[in-house]
Each structure stands twice: as C-alpha cells, then as structure tokens.
Design a protein around this ligand. Sequence first.
Ligand code: ADP
Length: 603
Amino acid sequence: MQIARRYDRQHPRPRPGVSIAHTVLQDYERLPMRLMLNLFRAYPMASFLMVLALFFSGLAEGLGLSAMLPMLKIVLNADPNAASTEPPGQMEQMVLDVLNWAGIPVTLGALLILIVIAATFKAVLLLIAQRQVGYTAARVATDLRLQILRNMMRSRWHFFLHQPAGKLANTLATEAQRAADAYMNGATALTFFIQALVYTSVALVISWQATLLSVIGGIVIIGLSHFLVRMTRKAGKKQTELMVSLMSHLTDTLQSVKPLKAMAREHLADELLKHETNRLNKALRRQVLASAALNSGQDLMFIMVIAFGVYLALGVLSMDFAIVLMLAVTLGRGYNFLGKVQKQYQKMVQSESAYWSLIETNRRAEAEQEHLGGHVTPALTRGITLRDIGFSYDGNTVLSGLDLEIPAHQMTTLVGPSGSGKTTIIDLVIGLLRPDAGQITIDERPFEEIDLKAWRRMVGYVPQETVLLHDSILHNVGLGDPQISEERVVAALKQAGAWDFVQDLPEGIHTLVGERGGRLSGGQRQRVAIARALINGPQLLILDEATSALDPESEAAIIETLRGLREQLTILAITHNSSLSDAADLVHRLEPVATVRTEAAEI
Ligand code: ADP
C-alpha cells in the first residue's frame, strides 16, 4: 500500500527519546499541505481527474461571469435615466469581440442564455469533482484501515502485545475517519481556491488596480486570521493525543467492569476517565471558538474592505457604475471564496494530526514485521525439541538453559506455578517468540528453516481465556471459512464433547452465543474453543489451561477424547489439573526461572 510507504521514504524514524507526536508535528508544520501532497501521490488518477474537473468548472464560471458586464451595460443603458456614457472597457471589448466571433448577438436574452449554459456546465463539473473527492476520501479511510490492520496482524508478537487494544480501535475508527475528513477538507479548499482565482482573474481584466489593492487587502486579512488556524491545529493535535489515551483507558476499564460493579466501585471508572474527558472537552471548545471566530471575524473584515472600495470608486474616483458593480460582485465573491479556503484549511489542520498519528502507528507496525522463517514444511513425525533455551522479556529472564522434549503422537503437559514460563514455552513453539539462546527443532530441523506460516497452519490452539465472537456456534467453530462445511463443524463439536449441549440449544448449531460468548457457560465456551482448534485437523494441539472451567464429567470426556486423538496428532497442554497430567504420556514440571524436571507418567 502506497500511502505510508511514500511517506516513509521522506519521513525519518523519530530519534530515540523524541516524542512521536512532536517529531511529526514539527514535520507537517513545516510543509502545511504535506498531507494533500501525500494523498495526491497515493491516488494520482483520482486527484488528476478532480483537478481537471475543477479547472474546467472554473473556466465555465469565468465565461458566465464575463458575459455579465455587457449584460449589465445593456440593462443600465436601456434605462433612459442611466448615465453610462463610457466607451466599452478592455474587458467588455474582449467579450464583445468573442461574442461577435461566435456569432452570438449582444442582446439581453442571448447573454442570459449564455450565463445559464455556463452555470450549468460549472455545476455539472463541480459535481463530478466533488463526487471524486468524496469517493477518494472514502477510499483513503478504507485503505488506511486495511493497511494498518494488516501491518498490525503481521507484526512481531511482542510488539503487538504492547499495543493497547483501545489505541488500535481508536486508530481504526477515529483516526482513519479524521484523516479522510482532512483530505476532504483539503480538496474542498482547493475547489474554493480555484473559484477565488477565477473571480480574481475576471476582476483583474476589469481593473488591475482595484484587483491588486483587493488582493493585498485579502492577504492582510488572511494573515491576520491565521492565528486562529494555528489555535485550531494545536487543539486538533491535543484532541488526537487525548483520544489515544482516553480510548486505551476506556477499553481497559470496560474489560474490568464486572469486578468494579461487583464491589460497587464503578465510580472509580468515572474518576479515571473524568480527567481526560474534561481535557478533551477543553480542546474541543478551543476548536469551536477558533472556527466561530474565523467565521464571523473574517467576513466582517472582507465587507469593510469592499465597502471602502465601493466608496472610493463611486464617491471619490467617480468610476462607471456598471464597472463598479461588476467589480464589487467579482471581488466580493472572490473574497467569499478566499475566506472559504481558509475555513476549509482550518478544518483540515484540525484533523490532520490524526492522519500523521495513524501514519506513525502504521510505520512502527511495518518496521516490526515478523520474519516468517524458511521454506521447510514440517511433518511432525518425531517431535519438537527445545535445547538449552534462554529467554527474557525486556531483560527479565524467564527461561534459562531449558531442555525439553515434546514427542510426536503423545500427550505432553507443562505444569508449574504461575510465572514459571509455561505460556512462554508455548509461544516459542508456535514461533510467536524467538529464543535469545539455544535451539528449537522440529523433527530435528532447526526452527529457522521452517516455514512459519505452514507450521502454524498445522497448529490447533485453545487459549486460556476463551473469547467467542458474537455470532452462531457454527461461525465460531468454522470462523467463517467458506471451505468448512456444517458436517465438519458438527464432527469437531462431537470430538470436543460439545455436541450434546449444542444439540439442546434452541437453534442448535445456529444459536447465537451472545457478546463474547456470554450466553454460554465457561465450560461450554471452552468446548466450543476446542472444537475450533480441531476443525482443521491439526498436527499439534496446544491447550493453554483449556480444561480449567470444565466440570469433572465433561473434563473426563475431553481427556478421553484427547487420549484417543494421540493417534492422529501431538498434544501439548498447560495444566494445573491433576487429571489431565495423570492422563499425559510426559509431564514437564517447571520451576520459576525454569529448571525443568521431566517424569514419564505412569499410565
Ligand atoms: P506461566 O504461563 O507459567 O504463568 P508466563 O510464561 O506467562 O508464565 O510468564 C513468565 C514470566 O514472564 C512472568 O513473570 C510474566 O510476568 C513474564 N511475562 C509474560 N509475558 C510477558 C510480556 N509480554 N512482557 C513482559 N513480561 C512478560
């Protein structure tokens, strides 16, 4: 995907110790339209079409406007009291020449038709341009979302684990939308800018002196109002930062609502979020103030300049009324559009920081892509060996000199106190983590030679905490894979000992399990998760305390199933449960900073 990559080339990695937001802000403040340039380069065709349509709509508008001066002259001269005796000016003469050349009579009716035709062309072309902008904005949001999701999913496990879920949700929902809004505002600013240019050009032909003075006046007004844009940019940046931390805290809090409610401490969640919501509110108020001030203040300044100009032209310089009227209309409209350019630009800078924040998150995820190893697809016929393994999390040693065998077609269990490194061992076997020292082999092939994707496709994994999707049991087991038939799901449910209770549900396999599987008991959820792990006929079944929530009867049934499955696959299970260990072929007992004692279980 181009958007981030293109940005990447120009954007160096932030220096260590320098906050991302700061680096990014410094960068885009230096080049205010960088976001638009980035997106124009990412979507060249759509942008080209948009600019083309805008250009021609501007031309049509200019044409309609030029016909107005001779028309005004006709109207004013038709009035016997009109005092216009001036010969045609440069602009008027030009228009008359063109009309003459085209064979269009200089009558009120013909000129009005010409104005209407030009206005129609302008309206159609503007519609095309605006539709193009809208479509591109929607694509920007979608592409950014997909891009960041893909990069996050392909990132190293350790990196992924350190990303707060709320931050990712915020990036995907809020930041992507605000980035698309920023593009939309930038493109709309461009539309207005072209229109302002058209009016200024027409005015320039009528009177370059009046136009020059007006342009100077316009630049001064825009310059004077620019502090309001800066204020909005600051508030927008604050909003971006606060949304990240607010959403991260919110997600954390929502995940622990049950204990908070159970102990009547829900007010603590309120306290936790109040501070950030208040700060966000302050930033939003500043944003509103800046945009309202720009709206009213700027219009007032423009009207004052126009009124002064009209007084100067008519009262002091006694210029021709039709020309002054035409100048007032064109320059007035020109100012109107110039003001709109700044207002749209203000809106763009308000959302712009969200785009840069998203790009930065994406760049980090892209830099942390996991290496998918070699090209060997293992068969797992002999077993997995961990030899002299050392592993630490950020300097905190968890495993040291660990030797461990997981023979094929046997059931191996890892037991030991919490924190002794059991889950870490599983993550190493799946290749989510890489050891700092030692070697892992599969059928004696070093892990580095193994095609990690192919290896993981051979794994069935049942996590400790089973979170189901808010969908049917069928979907939860098959995960929406169109190649998995209902019969296969039923077979997997039978294997996992879940079929009996699924059959008794009101809609059987099509019953919705509720948010996060809330309509099922803990044991039922675990059995659905075991069925999900078995559905693809794995070679290695990994259970991370996956039988902890089962009642003794279901547990005995599952253990029996697992023992039967050893013919077809290898089982590695973490358990605190003696029944599962008793049924295992091999039990590895871990002590903190793993020393390991291996016992062949008596079966
Ligand atoms: P077990 O599964 O035996 O309870 P783990 O393998 O989950 O143990 O964890 C072993 C140690 O590593 C614990 O002290 C834990 O705090 C630490 N640890 C686990 N995951 C991480 C992580 N992502 N970052 C830092 N430390 C971690």
